[in-house]
Ligand binder design. Structure first.
Ligand code: ZN
Length: 381
């Protein structure tokens, strides 16, 4: 995930935090110090509440980390590579480098997360009782109760049966085991995810009407996020299924026209673009190696009077920001890597030599043709 700070490696998994975690940590500490604790444990100084709030927020972030680490560790044990783990606004995301080999592995990787949250929740509640019995201060007991409650809620929330929530992954594993078709199961789980998302939005709206505007709006936001993530995952599942066996070389356009990165934009437009039929051009340095990609939209973005003085290199997307592939690579693996910055285009190299370009039009034409030929879609319905 971009804008993330690398923290280090825990149990062999690279862990990072997104800047939004700082916002959420401050909000959590504030909520505890200013809202929860003065009510549940009255009669203390503000400094005490803030100290307890900070400790509580930190322990909650560590709980989220434990949830994600549990997914990562079990995934690794099941033979699924884990690229890293990032904590952000909505909790954590463990980036898995592959798919579960079996329904059983899929189930175990998904289920261990909510199981960890529920166990932590129970642990904190028991700890609260224990601390209370030992005569610990009411602030400490309140923080433990708060941590227990939130972990229990997180455990239950994540069990909602719709991907991308863990419950959706569990649903996928069960359907996969029963029907024997992973793609169909995944599509059904992401469809369920959209239903869960809409239900959360509806519930949030009802809460707002009933007078709980903060909680309600929060639920609308989460529901909207779940719906969007479920839809994106559904589309990815469908195209991955339809594109099975299709390589980059099958769809690329090999008629690529390159231009010099050191030309002025005006010279480039007159020499290359006018009369051409492409909307993106790989650009090369003096030694002929590809240094980037320029799209018509980027050229158009330069005001006409600057086009004589500015060079193409200044507006082109550097090669490091353009997805690249070899002709033999599976197309489905390339698609998640193309960026909006490069106009969703990818460059194809064979042994260091530029041999083609993949455009959104190439991809959608292939998708439609394959669907036309009747490759069954995993609609899951
Ligand atoms: Zn999880």
């Amino acid at each position: 995930m971009r804008d993330s700070l690398r923290l280090g490696t825990v149990a062999g998994v690279p862990v990072a935090i997104h800047w939004s975690v700082l916002v959420i940590a401050v909000l959590l500490a504030w909520g505890l110090a200013d809202g929860v604790l003065p009510q549940t444990a009255p009669g203390h100084a503000a400094a005490t509440y803030w100290l307890a709030g900070a400790v509580g927020a930190l322990l909650l972030l560590l709980s989220l980390l434990a949830h994600e680490l549990a997914h990562s560790v079990v995934a690794r044990r099941c033979g699924v590579e884990v690229e890293g783990l990032t904590l952000w606004l909505f909790g954590g995301v463990a980036t898995l480098g592959g798919e579960s080999p079996t329904p059983r592995a899929d189930f175990r990787i998904a289920a261990v997360g909510p199981a960890t949250s529920l166990a932590l929740g129970l642990g904190f509640v028991l700890m609260a009782f224990g601390l209370d019995g030992l005569g610990a201060g009411n602030v400490v007991v309140s923080v433990a109760v708060w941590l227990g409650t939130i972990n229990l809620v997180l455990g239950v929330f994540n069990l909602l049966p719709g991907a991308p929530l863990d419950g959706g992954r569990i649903l996928r594993a069960v359907l996969w085991k029963r029907g024997g078709d992973r793609d169909r199961a995944a599509a059904a789980a992401t469809n369920a995810g959209q239903v869960v998302g809409y239900a959360l939005v509806a519930l949030g709206v009802v809460s707002v009407i009933a007078g709980d505007s903060v909680g309600g709006l929060w639920m609308v936001l989460i529901g909207w996020f779940v719906t969007a993530a479920a839809r994106a995952e559904h589309d990815a599942t469908v195209s991955q299924h339809v594109l099975q066996g299709v390589t980059v070389g099958d769809v690329m356009s090999s008629d690529v026209r390159t231009g010099s990165a050191d030309l002025s934009i005006d010279a480039f437009v007159h020499g290359q673009v006018l009369g051409g039929r492409h909307s993106a051009y790989p650009v090369v340095g003096v030694d002929g190696t590809v240094v980037g990609l320029v799209t018509l939209a980027q050229l158009r973005g330069v005001p006409p009077r600057e086009r004589v003085t500015r060079r193409v290199r200044e507006v082109a997307v550097p090669l490091a920001h353009v997805a690249t592939a070899a002709p033999g690579d599976p197309l489905a693996e390339l698609l998640p890597r193309v960026t909006a910055e490069s106009g969703r285009r990818a460059l194809v190299f064979d042994g260091g030599r530029l041999v083609g370009i993949v455009t959104p039009a190439d991809v959608s034409r292939t998708l439609e043709t394959r669907q036309l030929l009747g490759r069954p879609e995993p609609t899951g319905r």
